[in-house]
Design a protein around this ligand. Structure first.
Ligand SMILES: *[C@@H]1O[C@H](CO)[C@@H](O)[C@H](O)[C@H]1NC(C)=O
Length: 222
C-alpha cells in the first residue's frame, strides 16, 4: 500500500515518501514544459505563467520560503483566466445592460451544440425543447445553473464552481466578472437559483427548480 494514496497535498504540491517511508508534501518538482500558448495562464497578479502547474508551483515556493520564490507576494497567486495576460477593457454600462440577453443566447447555443454532439440527454433534451420555444431561453439559463451546481449539489453555485467557467470566458467576455458580482446580490459568495434567474432577467415565476430531475438522471453516469 502506498502511503501517498491517503495523503492530500495542496495545489502546486505533490506527495513523496521520506526516508522513513512517511508521506510528505513538497512543491511539484517537474511541470511538463508547455510551449503551447493555449496552456498559458494569467494569474491574479497579472503575470503570465506557462501553465497552471508553473503558477501553482511558484505559489508553493513562496509559501514555503524557497529560494526559487520570485516575490514573497506570490504566495497568494491564483488563476485569473486562461491565456496570456492582456489588457481587459472595462465593461461599459450599455454592454452590461445587454449582457443577460447575450448570456442566455450564448447558453442556448452551448446547449444546442451539446445536443448536436449527442452529449445532451434525458431531461436536458426536454429543457432544450422548451428553451427553443421561448425567445428568452429561460430553460437554457436554468440548465446551466443545474450543470454548474455539482460540488456539492446544493442548489447554490459557489464562486468556486463558477471559477472554471469564468476563467474560460473572462478574456473574451469582460462583462462576466462584474455581472457575477451583481448576481450575488447578498454577497455571500454563493449564487442561488433565484439570484441566478434574477440577474439574467427571468420572471421569478419562471424559475423552477428543475435540477433535481437532471441530477438524478446523471447520477448513474460517470
Ligand atoms: C496586465 O498585463 C498586460 C500585458 O502585460 C498589460 O497590457 C495590462 O495593461 C496589465 N493590466 C493591468 C491591470 O495592469
Amino acid at each position: 500500500i502506498d502511503p501517498c494514496d491517503k495523503k492530500t497535498c495542496r495545489r502546486g504540491e505533490e506527495c513523496y515518501l521520506d526516508n522513513a517511508r512517511k508521506a510528505k508534501c513538497r512543491c511539484v518538482e517537474q511541470c511538463t514544459p508547455e510551449p503551447d500558448p493555449r496552456y498559458m495562464v494569467c494569474s491574479n497578479k497579472n503575470l503570465t505563467f506557462d501553465s497552471e502547474c508553473h503558477m501553482d508551483r511558484e505559489a508553493c515556493w513562496c509559501r514555503r520560503r524557497k529560494p526559487q520564490c520570485g516575490n514573497p507576494s506570490f504566495r497568494t497567486l491564483r488563476l485569473d483566466y486562461y491565456g496570456e495576460c492582456k489588457q481587459l477593457t472595462k465593461c461599459q454600462d450599455f454592454e452590461m445592460e445587454q449582457f443577460p440577453l447575450r448570456m442566455s443566447n450564448w447558453l442556448f447555443k452551448v446547449m444546442e451544440e451539446l445536443a448536436r454532439r449527442n452529449e445532451l440527454d434525458g431531461d436536458y433534451v426536454e429543457m432544450l425543447k422548451s428553451a427553443e420555444k421561448d425567445k428568452n431561453h429561460v430553460d437554457a439559463v436554468i440548465w446551466k445553473f443545474c450543470d454548474l451546481d455539482v460540488h456539492p449539489q446544493d442548489r447554490f453555485v459557489t464562486r468556486r464552481e463558477l471559477l472554471f467557467v469564468v476563467a474560460t470566458i473572462k478574456p473574451m467576455e469582460h462583462c462576466l466578472a462584474p455581472f457575477l458580482d451583481i448576481c450575488d446580490a447578498n454577497k455571500d459568495r454563493k449564487i442561488s437559483l433565484h439570484e441566478w434567474g434574477g440577474c439574467l432577467g427571468l420572471d421569478q415565476g419562471k424559475i423552477q427548480d428543475k435540477c433535481g430531475a437532471v441530477h438524478k438522471k446523471n447520477k448513474g453516469r460517470k
